[in-house]
Design a binder for this molecule. Structure first.
Ligand SMILES: [Zn+2]
Length: 401
């Protein structure tokens, strides 16, 4: 209850519920930004990308539910022997491998689609290695979290949800903090943006936005993708602004500064920290809910002190993840809209902003007008037609929004 209440309070206080002063403008027509051929190509690609990602999601949910909610799935884990932490690890690996194997064909179909569209630059072995690294990272993270929950349940037969909620929330914060220094280097190399005109201009934008920036890094994203992007990760001493190398050098300088100003707006508002706190509180609430769902029965698939509970918890987490997705995506879109509004206000270059949005869409083949429920559920950013509309309102209307 405390986790859920704290989530609502932090969300109410820190999420920019009205990121555009005077309300979000109506989206522009896609035809006013892209040519007919560009729209057709983006829609064709996005349609198939949605087919593969949703099929993958449906399969992984089905596997998780089979393992967690059925007798035959439960039988699989009863054969694992050994000390309880070892059994947690083995069962997490088994569930992870089964889920990965079941979704491998659609993951490969998605990769083939990206190769065909010219979005991916990866060889199949490099792609497979990425999947393996991703699986390893998730096995480590999930084993730690579930090990903590089960450990608490073994130690405190009645009070475990309260203790485990705090422990899991701390683990989420810790994970988000170390992610840029522990996990990101597993799949990418980073170098500091070299001294020069771009770096000087970026520091000037940072100064204008009032964000102290120590670290602007360039990642070797081009070994994986032709798309352009940038992001902020970590908080406190691990916070960094990362630019894709595909962005630096080949994109117009003004447009790069628009991207940087957007990322610096995230940094200024500590969006990663707020997102991590919200995630930690949601997980704490989730542990409490788990305590209610599992009850206090001993033995078998619902005993929180037994490693046999792992598939049940994973299934509940998978279902909760899908159900929580619209809330998560909606908060993300609001935060992204605020970063766009501030980028426009700082750079005062609406034409470059629009050109950048056009370039992003052409390069990523993102659907300029995705189906409403797809956008509600999975849209982390406003759509192209919504973002371009932001550039068309006058700066006085949006300043300070
Ligand atoms: Zn952003």
């Amino acid at each position: 209850m405390a986790g859920a209440v704290a989530f609502v309070v932090v969300a109410w206080w820190q999420v920019p519920w009205a990121p555009v002063r005077g309300g979000s403008p109506p989206p522009v027509a896609a035809e006013s930004v892209l040519t007919g051929a560009e729209i057709a190509r983006a829609e064709d690609y996005s349609q198939w990308a949605r087919v593969w990602s949703w099929t993958g999601l449906a399969i992984s949910l089905a596997v998780a539910c089979w393992l967690g909610f059925t007798w035959s799935g439960g039988q699989l884990v009863t054969r694992v022997r050994g000390p309880w932490p070892w059994r947690v690890l083995v069962i997490v690996i088994l569930c992870g491998l089964l889920g990965r194997a079941a979704t491998l064909p659609v993951a490969a179909a998605g990769q083939q689609l990206r190769l065909d569209a010219g979005l991916s630059t990866q060889s199949w072995p490099a792609w497979a290695l990425d999947l393996l690294v991703g699986l390893l990272v998730s096995v480590v993270a999930v084993s730690l979290a579930l090990g903590a929950v089960i450990g608490c349940a073994r130690r405190w037969r009645r009070a475990w949800p309260g203790v485990a909620a705090v422990v899991v929330a701390v683990l989420v914060m810790l994970g988000s903090f170390v992610y840029p220094v522990l996990v990101e280097p597993l799949t990418n190399d980073f170098r500091a943006l070299p001294d020069g005109e771009l770096r000087t201009e970026i520091l000037a934008v940072a100064d204008a936005e009032g964000v102290p920036v120590e670290t602007v890094l360039v990642s070797d994203a081009s070994r994986r993708t032709t798309t352009i992007n940038a992001y902020v990760s970590g908080f406190g001493s691990t916070r960094r602004v990362v630019l894709y190398d595909t962005l630096v050098g080949e994109v117009d300088r003004e447009e790069v500064l628009v991207v940087v100003a957007h990322e610096l707006a995230h940094a200024r508002h500590d969006d990663v920290l707020v997102g991590s706190v919200l995630g930690a509180l949601a997980c704490a609430g989730g542990v409490g809910l788990l305590g209610l769902l599992l009850g206090r029965r001993r033995g078998g698939a619902v005993d929180p002190a037994s490693p046999a509970v792992v598939p049940r918890v994973l299934a509940l987490v998978a279902v909760a993840g899908v159900l929580a997705s619209p809330a998560q995506s909606t908060i993300s879109r609001l935060v992204e809209t605020r970063a766009d509004v501030e980028s426009l206000a700082v750079t005062e270059a609406p034409d470059s902003f629009v050109e950048l949005q056009r370039r992003l869409t052409r390069r990523s083949l993102a659907d300029p007008t995705p189906p409403a429920w797809s956008q509600l559920w999975f849209g982390s950013h406003p759509t192209l037609v919504e973002r371009v509309a932001l550039a068309e309102i006058s700066p006085e209307d949006s300043a300070g929004g």
